[in-house]
Design a protein around this ligand. Structure first.
Ligand code: FE
Ligand code: FE
Ligand code: ZN
Length: 285
């Protein structure tokens, strides 16, 4: 996805289930006026991934070309923790990331997002080293997938509650050209960044810490909690403490408007369709 191919139109979608395959997800997206979507590569709590179905992938690619879906975002399971104190959990992170990145190459040039992780038995600095170690093991020079580190709310001792955490991970990764960042509006708000009253200031901070060129996707969520609460409870668009106006300003911001936006709000399809239609109506051409 580049600025030219999305010019004049908002790239917006929501989280969908992969259970019926890629083509079904793309068709579902189109049915609610989405032109991108996010999906879990496997059960969000972990477990085996579905076998790769080449026929489904070919039909998906043809349908996306026809419908103008240029890029989608995969999400790693929540149980993946590259900095866990538990050796088995950490081994699972190495395995799942490597396996998911191999599978992602069946749908080349897409994006893959994961939560960096962390644990309370060590410092953030130690966790940062471990996340970087995992990335240095699983990234490969020939991959076409862009791997995104997600900004986090700062529950417990997770890496990613500050832009600087993510900058430090990226600085330690050899194949850093395969790395980007996914900014989650609920998470950064809960982490303390004032995207309601000082969006420009937050983006300046992102730029000086990580570099805005790394920002590849936005999770567009309202938050149930006050800024700085470190809670991570998503709300429907306009029903939380961030509010519809601030979120619409984010989709329209000159530095952000070309990015793909993904709703992870507590909704079924009709709720997503409604949020998509309200946000599209507020997108300035
Ligand atoms: Fe996430
Ligand atoms: Fe998110
Ligand atoms: Zn969240």
């Amino acid at each position: 996805m580049n600025e030219n191919c999305s010019q004049g139109q908002l790239t917006l979608g929501c989280h969908l289930s992969i259970s019926k395959g890629f083509l079904k997800m793309a068709q579902t997206a189109v049915s609610i006026d989405a032109n991108t979507f996010q999906f879990f590569t496997r059960n969000p709590r972990g477990g085996a991934a579905k076998a790769v179905n080449q026929q489904d992938i070919d039909a998906f690619a043809a349908y996306c070309a026809e419908q103008g879906i240029h890029q989608v975002l995969a999400h790693a399971p929540y149980t993946l923790n590259a900095a866990s104190a538990n050796e088995q959990v950490r081994a699972f992170a190495f395995e799942v990331l490597a396996d998911d990145l191999r599978r992602m190459e069946h749908t080349p040039h897409q994006m893959y997002n994961f939560h960096p992780g962390g644990n309370s038995q060590q410092s953030i600095a130690e966790s940062i080293e471990q996340v970087a170690e995992v990335l240095n093991t699983v990234l490969s020079p020939g991959q076409t997938t862009m791997v995104l580190l997600e900004t986090m709310a700062g529950k417990g001792s997770e890496v990613g509650a500050s832009f600087d955490d993510l900058a430090q991970v990226i600085a330690r990764v050899e194949l850093e050209s395969h790395l980007g960042v996914c900014l989650d509006t609920c998470h950064v708000w809960d982490a303390g960044y004032d995207i309601v009253n000082n969006l420009d200031g937050v983006l300046e901070e992102f730029d000086s810490s990580i570099g805005l060129g790394r920002l590849r996707a936005i999770h567009l969520n309202d938050s149930l909690n006050e800024r700085g609460s470190h809670k991570d409870r998503h709300a429907k668009i306009g029903e939380g403490k961030i509010g519809f106006e601030a979120l619409a300003r984010i989709t329209n911001h000159p530095m952000l408007r070309h990015l793909p936006f993904y709703l992870e709000t507590p909704n079924e399809l009709p709720g997503y369709a409604d949020e998509i239609s309200r946000l599209r109506a507020r997108y300035l051409q």
